[in-house]
Structure formats: structure tokens, C-alpha cells
Design a protein around this ligand. Structure first.
Ligand code: TYM
Length: 333
């Protein structure tokens, strides 16, 4: 199939900290799966990251680390476009235009904004409020058909669709209507210490999350201490969030269905489940960690990847931006 006929996938990950098992199972794991059939575009969204204070040296390091992890997780820079958001100014330019087609009321309803504003009450900046509009610009710039994300990003994709529909309604068809691609299992991996909350890199308690770069001993310890419940049955059930989370993680790490895992552990206790999940995650993450470490030693290669990626992305983004500028009535330069 030629590049022109292929459908487009776009997604992004923030370099605002180390990536977690939640980021991997909910999103990144799915990125390489469709590499052959789709035109895939994956971005490290550094513009998004600065909506929360970042230490500059750490941001630079983490941006390269996310890029290296994309490749370590199976993305091939020859097949997919991998780039850094701030290298393609069209993202910020389209975001400005889309700001003028986004209602204050609809942006105010975004739950991630409300959560982050509560968490960073000393820094509720306008960028944090505008974050979902920049995300809409990311997606619409590339006329993406599909956006692989975890469940926490669904509301932002709904907003993107609303903005696209409004713009298309005023100026005739301009943007492709994107669909979310949410995995059946793993779309919301929960914290190991409080399984009613999602696993997040910004959790105060490092026992709650597993990082892709965690050492095997740390991973095993975190799973041994994972919160479960007092009934010792190993089944997925709404009133057993901790155990359900462990079963989901184990199923994904070993390539089994939930039912197969429930059968494997029937009659067994948490004392057997927890170390088994830990071991499976160690083996799942080992090659990713090792490959990432190798890639980070080769900065020249990473630079080649992100430079070539930004060139390809810019060319695609320019086409959409030119069309948008013309439609809204700007004079051609
Ligand atoms: P970010 O960087 O917070 O997370 C990256 C991806 O990981 C998913 N995720 C999870 N999935 C399952 N369980 C969890 N506990 C978990 N935690 C995170 C997220 O849903 C996400 O898919 N706004 C986005 C980044 C972004 C973007 C975009 C995504 C910017 N522009 C355009 C798609 C398209 C974000 O904050 O992701």
C-alpha cells in the first residue's frame, strides 16, 4: 500500500518524568503493533511537559530517554516518524488557531486540568489550562485517524473531535475526525499501593509505580508489597481492585487472557501471585531497559533519528497548517 493510502496514527508521551509500567501497558506497547499497516507518527511532547515545572537538565535527559524507549519498545525509525514536539513549530501555531475555536466552558470541564490544578495549586498557569488544545493540535496537524492512548486521555480526544467538528462546520472539511484506540486490557493500570488510583509517575509514594528503568530487585519488592485484600481469591472483580490490577498486569506480561490467569492461580494465594507477577514484569521489562541503556550511550544515533523525524513531521504538518491559514483568511506569505 502506498504512503498516501495508509491511515495515520498519532500519539505522544510527556517527558515529564520516568515512564511507568502504566504508560507502557496502556499506550506504548501498542505503538509498534500497527507500524506495518499505518503511517505512524510518535512524538515526545516536551511542550506539554513544561505546563508543570521541570528542571531543564532533567527535561533534556528525559526527552532523549523517552525517544530511546520508543525504539527499545519496538518502534523502527525507518517505518515510523519519531520526533520531538518543540522541533516542529506548527504544533504551537495550530494550537493558537484552535484556541480561537475552543470554548472556555468546554476546556474548564477537563478533569485532568482540575486534578493537576489541585495538585500544583501554586502554579495553575494558562498553559496547563490550554494543554488539551495543544494536544488537539498535535492530533489534527497530521490528520490522524487513530490515537492509541490510555483511558485517562479519552476526554481530551473527545474535545479534539469537538474542536475539529466545529472548525469543519465553519470552514468545510479541513480535519480528519480522529478515533481513540484504547486497549481492551491495560487501559488503566492502577497504583500498587492504592489500587483505586491510576499508576502515575507523579505519585508521592514510589512503591505505587513501576518504572520501565527500575532494576529487577526493585520491581520484585514493589510487587511483593502490592496492596491486595483480605479475601484470598485470585479473580478479577470490581470489589477487588488490587488483585484485579495484578491479574491484568500478569496477563499482559505473559500474553495470556484474564481467564487463563484466573485458572492458573485457582486455589492458590496472594503469596504465590505477587512474586509471579513481579518475575513476569522483570522479564517483560528487561530487554526494554537494556536496549534503552544501549541507545542512550549513542547520542549521535538518537540525534539522527529525531532530526530526520522532525523533517518528515514538519512537511506533513505544514500542509495542514497552510490549509488552515488559508481557510481562516490569512494572506499567503
Ligand atoms: P502521558 O505522558 O501522561 O502518558 C502517556 C500515555 O500513557 C497512558 N497512561 C496510562 N495507561 C494505562 N494506565 C496508566 N496508569 C497510565 N498512565 C498513563 C496515557 O493515557 C498516555 O496514552 N496528554 C498525553 C500526551 C499527549 C498525547 C498527544 C497523546 C500529548 N499530545 C496527542 C496522544 C495524542 C499525556 O499526558 O500522556
Amino acid at each position: 500500500m502506498s504512503e498516501h493510502q495508509k491511515k495515520t496514527i498519532f500519539s505522544g508521551v510527556q517527558p515529564s518524568g520516568k515512564l511507568t509500567l502504566g504508560n507502557y501497558l496502556g499506550a506504548i506497547r501498542n505503538f509498534p503493533l500497527l507500524q506495518e499497516e499505518y503511517q505512524c507518527i510518535y512524538c515526545v511532547v516536551d511542550l506539554h511537559a513544561i505546563t508543570v515545572r521541570q528542571e531543564p537538565a532533567a527535561l533534556r535527559r528525559q526527552t532523549l530517554e523517552v525517544l530511546a524507549q520508543y525504539i527499545a519498545c519496538g518502534l523502527d525509525p525507518e517505518k515510523s516518524i519519531l520526533f520531538i514536539q518543540s522541533h516542529v513549530p506548527a504544533h504551537a501555531e495550530l494550537a493558537w488557531i484552535l484556541n480561537c475555536y475552543t470554548m472556555f466552558g468546554e476546556a474548564s470541564r477537563m478533569t485532568q486540568f482540575k486534578d493537576k490544578a489541585a495538585k500544583h495549586s501554586d502554579n495553575v498557569n494558562v498553559g496547563l489550562f490550554d494543554y488539551p488544545v495543544l494536544m488537539a493540535a498535535d492530533i489534527l496537524l497530521y490528520q490522524a485517524d487513530l490515537v492509541p492512548v490510555g483511558v485517562d486521555q479519552l476526554q481530551h480526544i473527545e474535545l479534539t473531535r469537538n474542536i475539529a467538528q466545529r472548525f469543519n462546520g465553519v470552514y468545510s472539511d479541513t480535519f480528519t475526525m480522529p478515533e481513540p484506540y484504547i486497549p481492551k486490557a491495560g487501559a488503566k493500570i492502577m497504583s500498587l499501593t492504592d489500587p483505586t488510583r491510576k499508576m502515575s509517575k507523579s505519585d508521592q509514594n514510589p512503591g505505587g509505580f513501576v518504572l520501565l528503568m527500575d532494576k529487577p530487585d526493585d520491581i520484585l519488592r514493589k510487587f511483593k508489597r502490592a496492596v491486595t485484600d483480605s479475601d484470598n481469591r485470585i479473580v478479577v472483580r470490581d470489589d477487588k481492585p488490587g488483585v484485579s490490577n495484578l491479574i491484568t498486569i500478569y496477563a499482559l506480561a505473559t500474553g495470556q487472557t484474564i481467564q487463563q490467569v484466573e485458572e492458573q492461580f485457582a486455589g492458590k494465594g496472594y503469596g504465590e501471585l505477587k512474586p509471579a507477577v513481579g518475575e513476569a514484569v522483570v522479564e517483560l521489562l528487561r530487554p526494554i531497559r537494556e536496549k534503552t541503556e544501549d541507545l542512550l550511550k549513542n547520542k549521535d544515533y538518537l540525534e539522527q533519528v529525531y532530526t530526520a523525524g522532525a523533517q518528515k513531521a514538519s512537511a506533513l504538518a505544514r500542509k495542514t497548517l497552510d490549509k488552515v491559514y488559508r481557510k481562516v483568511g490569512f494572506i499567503k506569505r
